[in-house]
Design a protein around this ligand. Structure first.
Ligand code: FES
Length: 580
């Protein structure tokens, strides 16, 4: 930890707009006064932008306006001037073709909103999957003091005495219907039981994972990730966050001080311990790219190998976020990592102190939720990064959500050229497939879908499900929902749409998977593979213009975070000219 506080008082950037008597100062200040703000609020105190991803169409963030009021209260209490600013809200459950296509657009918009306006520091009010990384990416590219507060997870879902976890239950029940084990009427009844309160998905899906990543990176106050959305302590957290950002601005405690290589390494270890989503791989790579931190897929494999998954939450385990909070939440996990020598204890956090200061006194109140190491869900909980002639730049698999008996497997490929081809064929009784086969899905990567949809955990064929089989090896260049599970190989890079080897796999080819050896191999002669690749040509599917063009022209591969190439890096906080 090498952070040196800035001197206070000093002139802040917001004073370029508000602090003077020029025509432009009066223009900026006078217009804002139409909201009834007294003149002394423009005296040089920190102006805090509360960047709010609230939207009626992002139900997971539907309560964030209430939380914003608490953040404002905290900012006022600490002597700041809070201004709430709506920002792009990439809703996971409504955006088409996929919210992931808009993560980078949201990040670009947030960056410009922060830089172009009189904001000295920002509270990032986020929750649903893409909202957390997009705002962190934008904040990192301006390097203005920023702090995350998430909306928190929904309360547990319950259906007929059983926990139903967001997403996880949906995947399970839809397979049960295909297998004839559940009626459509029961499925509809369960729908209402899944989402009982405001908040994000209550499993260790992508939203809970990214809330945990923000905390493990040091970008949120300790304990933030697990507090349920409707718990009064979530509102306290929001208020405390509002207080804290004012001091961060005075100290000039910036994302670049906090999001260091050490912080990313802490987050990767943490992801293994919580059994976090594979989406965290892409988001952390993209965030590191904004921070100028050299983070690679190999770091994910290296750091995750010996981390046991101890958080017993769906989809890998049994419980939900509500129980994780009652058990002590993320501080317990980070403490455990620290005791095992797997945490950079002196990494700086938004608190101004070290991560170890924050977690060293955490107590585990339920050892069935946060398990002892000898009862871990899996000893190697990190993300496995597979390489070979089928994925020269890598592919990922989440061991804690996979079936142990399939971790070493050789099978016949059954190929689907794209998601429509899969949907057209999967229920066909004549499809030549059984449980030993490997399902291969192409053209679902960043450029191919476009946006890299969460379809990698493609459902099994009904005729296999009816035998009682619940898992098969699946390979694609897609992503998978953090709430999903199975022996699913994702993010295969280079993707099929740019001519990666995945593009030339044919039904009937043999594929070998060896997770322990980190190997994924298409078992055809080298010359045959080279000939197929030489004969490959891209689909004649031109972008429609607009953002579709921008995205498909500039998006990078999943192996480096699928950011837009021109958005990588930090462009700082300076804006040279006034608006007139
Ligand atoms: Fe928004 Fe899961 S769909 S948090």
């Amino acid at each position: 930890m090498t952070f040196k506080k800035a001197e206070w008082p000093r002139r802040l950037r917001s004073q370029e707009w508000y602090g003077g008597t020029s025509r432009d100062n009066i223009y900026h200040r006078g217009w804002l006064k139409n909201q009834g703000y007294p003149h002394d609020l423009f005296d040089g105190r920190p102006v805090i932008g509360i960047l709010n991803t609230w939207s009626d169409l992002t139900p997971c963030n539907g309560h964030l306006r209430e939380l914003a009021e608490k953040v404002k209260a905290g900012v006022w209490e600490a002597g700041g001037f809070p201004l709430e600013v709506p920002v792009f809200s990439a809703s996971e459950n409504t955006f088409r073709p996929t919210a992931m296509m808009y993560r980078n657009l949201a990040a670009m918009a947030v960056e410009e909103v922060m830089r172009a306006q009189p904001i000295d520091g920002a509270v990032l009010l986020v929750g649903c999957d893409k909202t957390t990384p997009s705002l962190l990416m934008g904040a990192a590219s301006t390097d203005l003091p920023s702090i995350v507060v998430t909306g928190g997870p929904m309360l547990n879902g319950w259906f007929r005495g059983e926990r139903v976890g967001s997403g996880t239950a949906l995947w399970q029940m839809s397979e049960d219907i295909k297998a004839g084990k559940m009626s459509q009427e029961d499925f509809l009844e369960a729908e209402q039981a899944m989402s009982r309160s405001s908040g994000t998905c209550n499993t260790m899906g992508t939203a809970s994972t990214m809330a945990s990543m923000a905390e493990a990176l040091g970008m949120a106050l300790s304990g933030n990730a697990a507090i349920p959305a409707v718990d009064a302590r979530r509102r306290v957290m929001a208020q405390m966050t509002g207080r804290r950002i004012v001091q961060m601005v005075k100290d000039d405690l910036k994302p670049s001080d906090i999001m260091t290589k050490q912080a990313f390494e802490n987050a990767i270890r943490c992801n293994g311990a919580i059994g976090g989503s594979t989406n965290a791989v892409i988001h952390l790579l993209a965030m590191a790219g904004r921070c100028g931190v050299d983070l690679t897929l190999d770091d994910w494999d290296r750091l995750g190998r010996d981390v046991p998954t101890v958080v017993n939450l769906m989809p890998s385990g049994k419980y939900l976020m509500e129980e994780f909070f009652y058990a002590g939440g993320l501080p317990v996990v980070l403490k455990r990592l620290g005791e095992a020598g797997m945490l950079h204890k002196d990494a700086l956090t938004v608190s101004g102190g070290t991560v170890w200061d924050e977690v060293k006194d955490a107590v585990n109140w339920n050892e069935d939720v946060i398990l002892p190491v000898d009862k871990a869900l899996t000893a190697s909980g990190g993300i496995a990064v597979l390489k070979g002639n089928l994925a020269p730049k890598g592919a990922v698999l989440k061991p804690s959500a996979a079936s142990p008996h399939l971790m070493k497997h050789r099978g016949r490929a059954v190929v689907f050229e794209d998601i429509d081809d899969y949907k057209a064929k999967i229920a066909d009784e004549a499809l030549d497939i059984d449980e030993t086969c490997i399902m291969v899905l192409k053209n679902c990567g960043p450029k191919g879908y476009p946006g890299m949809s969460e379809v990698g955990n493609m459902g099994l064929p009904p005729k296999v499900l009816k035998k009682g089989i619940t898992d098969m090896v699946r390979i694609s260049d897609a992503r998978m929902s953090g709430t999903a599970y199975g022996t699913v190989i994702l993010h295969t890079s280079p993707e099929a749409a740019v001519g990666g080897p995945l593009a030339v796999v044919q039904s009937g080819d043999m594929i070998e998977l060896d997770v322990e050896a980190r190997r994924i191999h298409l078992d055809i002669p080298e010359a045959e593979l080279a000939a197929r690749l030489a004969a490959w040509s891209p689909a004649a599917d031109a972008p429609k213009g607009g953002y579709d063009w921008l995205f498909r022209t500039h998006v990078e591969g999943a192996d480096t975070g699928a950011d837009l190439d021109f958005l990588k890096g930090c462009r700082g906080r300076e804006v040279p000219r006034d608006s007139h």
